[in-house]
Design a protein around this ligand. Structure first.
Ligand SMILES: NC(=O)N[C@@H](CC(=O)O)C(=O)O
Ligand SMILES: [Zn+2]
Ligand SMILES: [Zn+2]
Length: 343
């Protein structure tokens, strides 16, 4: 039985850091594990210009503890009227991707896209400039069952989009279904997907065990066990177009433990440990390094990290909560023991 593994320092290809005082809680957690992270732009108001992205990057860097090295990779938020000219400016500023939130699909998506056709000139510019498109892949039609929204998005939105922009690099973020895993596996080199630790570890029963459990609520919502198994199979398959993206999404505890609790699970405090747990449970620890440290940079055409990290099979219990500005932040599995520990 493997008791310890050393892998190339991983990166997080889907992360929410928020802004202001929150940065001082969450940035150190991510910087302790990951070399880089793709920082989501769904602030209030959203990050829609190269200039805003650069200013946000400086605020993030100011929250990196001394002695730690961490590179935030910045993104812009796609709206119905993000000007195509902003893409070249963003590219020059080092922005690596643009994020599509269908309007109303998830946390802070009100400014998102109401009709993909309105964004076609901007997508054209992205395809030309080699700017990636990151996708929250759920339809918002209230007539579609919440658990089917990802599969319907693939059929109604993603397939036509890929036909119209065959050389636009797209990442389907936080996939949660067998349909998405299969669709990505069968696609060409222009389509990749991130998978979260919580979607590898849990099925939708976790939301209702002994009562309603708001800290397991995120979007896309956890699915049934067959889908979890399909995600694990994709993650350990060796297919280089599946890679690590935590979707760690901090919310104040009082807004998660609420009549209309916010969507988002906080996992950055123990992310690589939870992935190790999932890969270990599948007997596939030997696949963790490719998924966590190689496939992401390869897809983004960025160099792999050179440092290394070591994980040991040693039970530890993360804190039940963290200070979060004036509020409290409760991580996923607060106060529960985890089997793997970052050394
Ligand atoms: N995943 C979530 O449930 N929430 C994310 C938004 C997102 O990634 O959809 C958030 O910003 O809180
Ligand atoms: Zn999302
Ligand atoms: Zn997210």
């Amino acid at each position: 039985m493997t008791q310890q593994i050393t892998i190339t320092r991983p990166d997080d290809w889907h992360l929410h850091l928020r802004d202001g005082a929150a940065l001082h809680t969450v940035v150190p957690h991510t910087a302790a594990q990951f070399g880089r992270a793709i920082v989501m732009p769904n602030l209030k108001p959203p990050v829609t210009t190269a200039e805003q992205a650069l200013a946000y990057k400086q605020r993030i860097l100011a929250a990196v503890p001394p002695g730690m090295s961490f590179e935030p990779l910045m993104t812009l938020y796609l709206t119905d009227n993000l000007p195509p000219e902003e893409i070249a400016r963003a590219k020059a500023a080092g922005v690596v991707a643009v994020k599509l939130y269908p309007a109303g699909a998830t946390t802070n998506s009100d400014a998102g896209v109401t009709d993909l056709r309105k964004t076609y000139q901007t997508l054209e510019a992205m395809q030309r400039e080699g700017m990636l498109l990151l996708v929250h892949g759920e339809v918002t039609d209230p007539a579609i069952d919440l658990f089917d929204r990802e599969a319907v998005f693939i059929e109604q939105q993603l397939a036509p989009l890929r036909r119209d922009f065959p050389e636009l690099k797209i990442v389907m973020e936080h996939i949660t279904t067998q349909e998405a895993a299969q669709y990505v596996a069968e696609a060409d080199q222009f389509l990749g997907a991130t998978i979260t630790a919580h979607h590898l570890l849990y099925n939708r029963n976790a939301l209702f065990t002994g009562g309603i459990r708001p800290h397991y609520y995120c979007l896309p919502v956890l699915k049934r066990e067959t889908h979890r198994q399909a995600l694990v199979a994709a993650a350990i398959s060796g297919n280089a177009r599946f890679f690590l993206g935590t979707d760690s999404a901090p919310h104040p505890a009082h807004l998660k433990e609420h009549a209309t609790g916010c969507a988002g699970c906080y996992t950055a405090h123990a992310a690589i440990e939870m992935y190790a747990e999932a890969f270990d449970a599948a007997g596939a620890l030997d696949q963790l390094e490719a998924f966590a440290s190689f496939n992401g940079p390869d897809f983004y055409n960025l160099p792999r990290n050179t440092g290394r990290i070591t994980l040991r099979k040693e039970s530890w219990t993360p804190p039940a909560s963290f200070a979060f500005g004036e509020a409290e932040l409760k991580p996923l599995r607060a106060g529960e023991a985890l089997p793997w520990k970052l050394v």
